[in-house]
Design a protein around this ligand. Structure first.
Ligand code: P6P
Length: 361
């Protein structure tokens, strides 16, 4: 009765063949494609590519599972509250910040393909696998963005970008070369993503071939494809900004915000949605459309979000999903970073919103 079929890890099972036999349990009525299988399948599209890239990404997915386990139990363990230290940003480190950073550093530094790691929690880049010919990738990340929300059970997130080492860096990477490897513009990104630790834990990533979302299934401990080929709607109905700062926005951002509030952007009546955790606000914007804004403010004249490991991953994903991400008039991904932790204004959204925003400059 059952066709005996063997599926290899990388050849997705042709589930349509199952229609000829009685369905099994519900959870087998739809294809189960894990993020590892997806990465391997994508990898096959690049002939000659080694498994090192997928092995690197598996370091991120492993870290994400370990962080999710702690975030989901944060109220039950002594991991809430502050670690007491002040991080390089001058912000009080939450215990989960420190844990998430340690987990990502551990899971990534043991991958021989990683040459340099840069984190929001570390002043300088970390050079790993010094001199190894296989150490070709740079990973930059914010281990736990929005961590001030942890104690009140609001979603938080991890953001990351993967770049190749600057070709001019020889294999004996010293601190200066590591810094140059990190300070590449977002146009050099080869993959980027985020993990949102919310009502569910969702990894969203792109390696330049569409944006795909995977939901962590705690029952099997795997990230399973849940959002294939995410496309941001040309126009949404939500705008996302901290309006308490709006009096100090630049004139162009004020003008755009007024147009949105008055329904003058594509004749759409917008609703305000602002979590105050960038990954959650961006995740909603990607799935539902609309616009996310963090312009310059009185307290953050260069914007609050960090270019290298917050704005760039978001901008890469939004563009891959068919939207646009600007820093004032310029494309976020075109900015050449001058320092690891520099901030940038960012406005990111669908085609209609971003066309209206550009017209305000
Ligand atoms: P504000 C969280 O602290 C964060 O870095 C981002 O996740 C979020 O988008 C922003 O700051 C919120 O800042 O000024 O609205 O509280």
């Amino acid at each position: 009765m059952w066709e005996h079929t063997h599926t290899t890890e990388t050849t997705p099972f042709d589930w349509h063949r199952l229609k000829s036999v009685p369905p099994m349990n519900d959870f087998l009525d739809h294809p189960i494609l894990t993020v590892q299988q997806h990465i391997l399948r994508e990898q096959q599209k690049f002939p000659g590519s080694s498994g090192e890239f997928s092995f690197l990404l598996s370091g991120i997915t492993l870290a994400a599972k370990m962080i999710a386990a702690q975030v989901q139990r944060a109220g039950l363990t002594d991991i809430l509250g502050t670690h007491g230290d002040i991080n390089v940003q001058g912000e009080v480190q939450q215990k989960l910040d420190v844990y998430a950073n340690k987990v990502l550093l551990h899971c990534l530094r043991i991958r021989e393909s990683v040459a340099v790691l840069a984190s929001e929690e570390n002043e300088q880049p970390l050079t790993v696998h010094n001199g190894s010919p296989n150490a070709r990738y740079v990973v930059v990340f914010d281990p736990l963005d929005g961590s001030s929300n942890i104690d009140v059970a609001v979603s938080v997130g991890t953001t990351f970008c993967i770049l190749r080492r600057d070709p001019s860096s020889d294999q004996t990477s010293d601190e200066e070369e590591s810094l140059r490897d990190v300070l590449q513009p977002g146009t050099k990104i080869i993959a980027a993503g985020y993990v949102v630790y919310g009502s569910s834990t969702i990894l969203v990533y792109s390696a330049g071939n569409g944006v795909h979302g995977f939901t962590l299934d705690p029952a099997i401990g795997a990230f399973v494809m849940s959002h294939e080929n995410i496309r941001i709607p040309d126009q949404g109905k939500y705008y996302s900004v901290n309006e308490s700062h709006s009096d100090s926005f630049p004139p162009s951002d004020k003008q755009f915000l007024q147009q949105v509030r008055q329904g003058k952007v594509g004749n759409q009546i917008y609703a305000s949605r602002y979590v105050g955790s960038m990954v959650s606000d961006i995740h909603r914007t990607l799935l539902k459309g609309g616009v996310f804004m963090y312009p310059p403010t009185a307290s953050h004249s260069d914007g609050k979000l960090r270019l290298v490991y917050e704005a760039n991953p978001i901008a890469f994903l939004v563009e891959q999903a068919g939207g646009e991400a600007l820093s004032g008039k310029i494309r976020v991904l075109d900015i050449v970073p001058e320092s690891i932790h520099q901030r940038t204004p960012i406005v990111a959204g669908g085609k209609v919103e971003m066309e209206a925003y550009r017209a305000c400059w």
